[in-house]
Design a protein around this ligand. Structure first.
Ligand code: HEM
Length: 414
């Protein structure tokens, strides 16, 4: 394999889908790679092997989450301002206290409510798409997944849920011209969008103080942590964490999943014929898309990994997108195989910060892919796919599709 020019910070390389070649080369030749240029000025480590990445995910005393999960994210300083307040940017022991109280939003009861909402919204969106002869799946269907989840968890209306999704799309797309003026300072766009999301939840909080309901914000207003009430900042940061953590990840995974099915017609036909494939199919879609391309950690002490010495204070990135294609872990990793089992992908991370919304995402994605498999028609691309300009989230901002009759291939007999 010839060495590609490696730059994991350039979002255009990801738009062009060149990251697979860069990551494959690193995994093979330099799995614990020192990346000279960073988004924050200084360099960082890029880990690409499944085992090495798992080691860091599970080492909660050696590596900190307090700089947040993204390079160049938030307002830069050694620690993120949300450190110790927002779950994803908090280390033990506070992390456990916050997480315990947020579990309610991911309970069995909530999964049932989310499944109901998402089923209703996805069914209506697919009916509209069929009636119109096609749709932009990214904006017209995929966003109904987080809309259903946001409505169930926070009790806001459909319109408000979509307003919030517009903001989280802008926030995650802060380097993408679809979501902002490229002439503006990226970090300013990010900071301003974060402020808008804060204001959105501050308004929900004011409303719930007056009129509490069976929703997360009302619950956190009554909750106690370490013998005291949650502060307003803690409530707002963690609502933002759930919204930003859940909105784009699930909807962009839905897009990658449909695009992969369209690109693999044999697999698409099998999913339509064999409902029992659904669980393994959702996991293969998660592995294949690796929507959360990497997460960031900070070394708290000197640690040797793969023969390289990572020094205390160094920034470390864990490339889920690479771990998920590691041939030491997955047989034929470059094959999209809906029946793949076992499939221990790292798309949700691992260890104490492993995605708290994983079951919720599985529920949303299962509802969607079940509904797509049950349609009497199949989707096909009807225009160019446009990718999110980001090295952090593998997203599809436009996925134009049309629907075709079966023409005798597949289709479940009912
Ligand atoms: C396909 C969908 C999803 C993917 C790929 C995904 C990915 C991830 C990853 C990789 C992490 C670990 C971050 C780290 O270690 O620093 C994480 C954490 C998290 N995710 Fe997800 N996620 C998804 C869906 C969701 C949903 C639906 C929600 C909420 C509605 C959510 C909320 C969160 C939160 C709050 C955390 C922080 C957990 C903690 O720090 O303990 N995610 N997610």
């Amino acid at each position: 394999m010839t060495r590609p020019i490696v730059d994991l910070t350039d979002p255009d390389r990801f738009v062009r889908q060149e990251h697979h070649a860069m990551l494959a080369w690193l995994r093979e030749n330099d799995p614990v790679h020192w990346h000279e240029t960073g988004q924050d000025g200084a360099g960082f480590w890029a880990l690409t092997g499944y085992e090495d990445i798992s080691q860091v995910y599970l080492d909660h005393t050696g590596f900190s989450s307090e700089s947040g999960p993204m390079l160049g994210g938030s307002f830069r300083s050694e620690k993120d301002p949300s450190a110790g307040l927002m779950m994803v940017a908090t280390d033990l022991p506070r992390h456990r206290m916050i997480r315990q109280q947020l579990h309610w939003a991911f309970s069995q009861d909530m999964l049932r409510k989310v499944a109901e909402q998402v089923t209703r919204l996805v069914t209506a969106a697919l009916e509209r798409a069929l009636a119109d002869g096609g749709c932009d799946f990214s904006t017209d269907v995929a966003t109904e997944l987080p809309a259903g989840a946001v409505m169930a968890i926070t009790g806001v209306s459909y319109q408000d849920a979509h307003e919030l999704i517009g903001m989280t799309r802008r926030m995650i797309g802060f380097r993408d011209p679809h979501f902002g003026d490229p002439a503006e300072d990226e970090r300013l766009v990010l900071a301003m969008t974060q402020a808008d999301i804060f204001e959105f939840f501050a308004e929900v909080l004011r409303a719930r103080r007056k009129n509490p309901g069976p929703d997360l914000v009302s619950r956190l207003l009554k909750a106690e942590m370490n013998g005291r009430a949650w502060t307003e900042d803690e409530i707002l940061y963690n609502c933002m964490n759930i919204a930003v953590g859940g909105n784009e990840t699930s909807s962009y995974t839905a897009c990658s999943g449909l695009e992969a099915l369209i690109g693999h017609p044999g697999q698409y036909a099998e999913l339509r014929q064999e409902p029992r494939l659904l669980d393994s199919a959702v996991n293969e879609i998660l592995r294949w898309s690796s929507t959360n391309l990497y997460v960031r950690r900070g070394a708290l002490r000197d640690v040797e990994i793969g023969g390289r010495m990572i020094r205390s204070g160094d920034v470390v990135t864990l490339w889920n997108a690479s771990a998920n294609r590691d041939a030491k872990q997955f047989t034929d990793p470059e094959t999209f195989d809906l029946a793949r089992t076992p499939n221990r992908h790292l798309s949700y991370g691992a260890g104490l910060h492993r995605c708290i919304g994983a079951m919720l995402a599985q529920t949303e994605l299962s509802v969607l892919f079940r509904a797509l498999a049950d349609l009497p028609v199949t989707a096909a691309l009807s225009g160019p796919v446009q990718r999110l300009r980001s090295n952090f989230i593998n997203g599809t901002v436009s996925l134009p599709v049309t629907f075709h009759g079966l023409g005798g291939t597949g289709g479940r007999s009912r």
